[in-house]
Write a protein that binds this ligand. Structure first.
Ligand code: CA
Length: 223
């Protein structure tokens, strides 16, 4: 298994280094950021597997970091707080952190919490294989089989088929597909959908993807 990357966001250099050293000793790759903007930039660049995030930070605080980071990618966050009362408040607010640890904490507890969060995230990110008629989509391996033969798709074609195969027979509008597959809310870019559907049809063979004129597309599988 590849080394997992943990981003440590903490503005006290001594604590940041102590946490980083302990996590490295546990064979994690570690990156450290000292303020909010640096933390967001680090997540964008290196897509860590987990973020250890101090609440009180210069720039913008841990809550804002948490919000911005979750908007980039759904990464588990272990929030560090200064007081128990603070943690209670945050839990009440539902800020999007997955777990909390009150300072001062023992490194042993920190490592245990990090491992527990990574385990949970690992389970959540092993999505189920989708089967629809002759098509089998394996999102974990990003592989597709059609009539028992492997089909090689581009990442976008894959996501498009995964979406359609999730609800065979249902019609997805182009706008829905743009939003789900491309993360675009700009519904004027429907030609991107049409051209990828065309490519998918070429690879899967005829009769599987139905065009509903003026509406969108659906995956049709024999009953
Ligand atoms: Ca701090």
């Amino acid at each position: 298994m590849a080394e997992q990357l943990i981003l440590v966001v903490e503005d006290e250099p001594t604590l940041a280094e102590a946490v980083a050293a302990r996590l490295r000793a546990e064979r994690f790759a570690v990156r450290v950021a000292g303020d909010g903007p640096a933390a967001v930039a680090a997540v964008r660049e290196s897509r860590p597997d987990l973020v250890v995030l101090d609440l009180m930070l210069p720039g913008f605080d841990g809550l804002e970091v948490c919000r911005r980071v979750q908007a980039i990618s759904p990464v588990p966050v272990l929030m560090l707080t200064a007081r128990d009362g603070e943690t209670d408040q945050l839990v009440g607010l539902g800020v999007g952190a997955d777990d909390y640890l009150t300072k001062p904490f023992s490194m042993r507890v920190l490592v245990a919490r990090v491992r527990a969060l990574l385990r949970r995230a690992g389970r959540a990110s092993a999505p189920a294989v989708v089967r629809a008629g002759p098509i089998e989509v394996d999102p974990a391996a990003r592989r597709v089989r059609c009539r028992d033969a492997e089909v090689h798709l581009t990442p976008t074609e894959f996501d498009l088929l995964h979406c359609l195969a999730g609800a065979p027979g249902s019609v997805f509008t182009r706008a829905q597909l743009l939003e789900r597959v491309w993360d675009w809310t700009d519904a004027s870019r429907t030609r991107a959908v049409d051209s990828h559907v065309k490519a998918l049809r070429r690879k899967l063979g005829p009769g599987l993807i139905r065009t509903v004129h003026g509406v969108g597309y659906s995956l049709e599988v024999p009953a």
